[in-house]
Design a protein around this ligand. Structure first.
Ligand code: DOR
Ligand code: ZN
Length: 351
């Protein structure tokens, strides 16, 4: 393999926020450019809580896929206190719905309708375990006394470990992990427990958020942690362990909602996500590990076929745009106006 061109099976994004309405015209093409499939988060307003709503949302996404592109959205249901075992059964029998997303109520953007007390939902989780329907977890404690930098670790100890002790074969993805504690916990579990890792948690730490001024475009949840945690994530992502796979958590918010006295959490990485992961793996000397992380391990975990199509990247510098239209505002992407060292091969490269 030449070190300047990389050809891999086309990757999938196993954790993504598309939003809805006019935003889809921006978000869907950005993801469909690089990824064959994506697990689409259900935290709309109001949230996607039924299979019928998930299918309607899927159709709105498909309507925004550029013609000639075969991108497939994989849908999720939002776990509320009212979720029933009957809906779980419908979801399990539906080819378009892949998983249920659990937000502790109040943990993050549009999580107000999340679960207030996980133990009261155990009958529903028991049915998910029986049917093999994956539970995707936003793993942060919402206890107001818990420091924001400790919320992932506290959640693992106080909620996730007891959950898995009670439901040892439940298929779980601990989403967008941010700490060495999460890496170690996932490594210690059986194959039914995996984790996604974002480009921003690999590329940045809390100094990037806070040194020299507060940078609202680096604010996301779970919040960026100290650099020792960042290094643990880099080792996990590039280490070839199939428990860790690609999930961007690309989460667009309008510029006015980010550059605000109470700025929203979320980093919009979709326009360059694959290129950024490639850059990160390259810098770690681990380009040979990118395909497993980006294209194989997630599909294997979700028990879906690996993609057949391929995508090539080349070591060619380009500049990320300053912003993209989003509804009546713009969204500032991750790495706005910065140089990115890898580019998806297109007609320009084939001259
Ligand atoms: O930073 C985040 N943004 N974290 C989340 O968990 C949600 C997401 C969003 O929807 O904006
Ligand atoms: Zn997310």
């Amino acid at each position: 393999m030449s070190s300047d061109v990389l050809s891999i099976i086309q990757p999938d994004d196993w954790h993504l926020h598309f939003r809805d309405g006019n935003a889809l015209a921006t978000t869907v093409p950005h993801t469909a450019k690089a990824f064959a499939r994506a697990i689409v988060m259900p935290n709309l307003k109001p949230p996607v809580t039924t299979v019928a709503e998930a299918i309607a949302y899927r159709n709105r996404i498909l309507a925004a896929v550029p013609s000639g592109n075969n991108f497939q959205p994989l849908m999720t249901l939002y776990f509320t206190d009212q979720l029933t075992t009957a809906e779980i059964e419908l979801a399990s029998n539906n080819d378009f719905v892949q998983a249920v997303k659990y937000y502790p109520a109040g943990a993050t953007t549009n999580s107000e309708n999340g679960v207030t007390d996980i133990e009261t939902t155990y009958p529903v989780i028991e049915r998910m375990e029986e049917l093999g329907l994956p539970l995707l977890i936003h793993g942060e404690s919402t206890d107001s006394k818990v420091d924001i930098f400790d919320r992932e670790k506290v959640f693992i100890d106080s909620t996730l470990a007891p959950l898995l002790a009670r439901f040892p074969t439940l298929r779980v993805v601990l989403e967008h992990i941010t700490t060495s504690n999460a890496v170690q916990f996932v490594e210690q579990q059986a194959a039914n427990v995996a984790a996604t890792i974002t480009p921003h948690h690999l590329m940045y730490n809390r100094n990037d958020l806070l040194v020299g001024g507060v940078r609202p475009h680096f604010y996301c949840l779970p919040i960026l942690k100290r650099n020792t945690h960042q290094h643990a994530l880099l080792e996990a992502a590039t280490g070839g362990n199939p428990k860790f796979f690609l999930g961007t958590d690309s989460a667009p918010h309008g510029k006015a909602d980010k550059e605000n006295s109470c700025g929203c959490a979320g980093i919009y990485s979709a326009p360059g996500a694959l290129e950024m992961y490639t850059e990160i793996f390259d810098e770690c000397g681990a380009l040979d590990k990118l395909e497993g992380f980006a294209s194989f391990f997630g599909a294997d975990f979700y028990q879906l076929p690996r993609n057949q199509s391929r995508i090539s990247l080349t070591r060619r510098k380009w500049e990320m745009a300053e912003s993209f239209e989003l509804n009546k505002d713009v969204v500032v992407p991750m790495r706005a106006k910065e140089t990115i060292n890898w580019h998806i091969v297109d007609a320009t490269d084939e001259k």
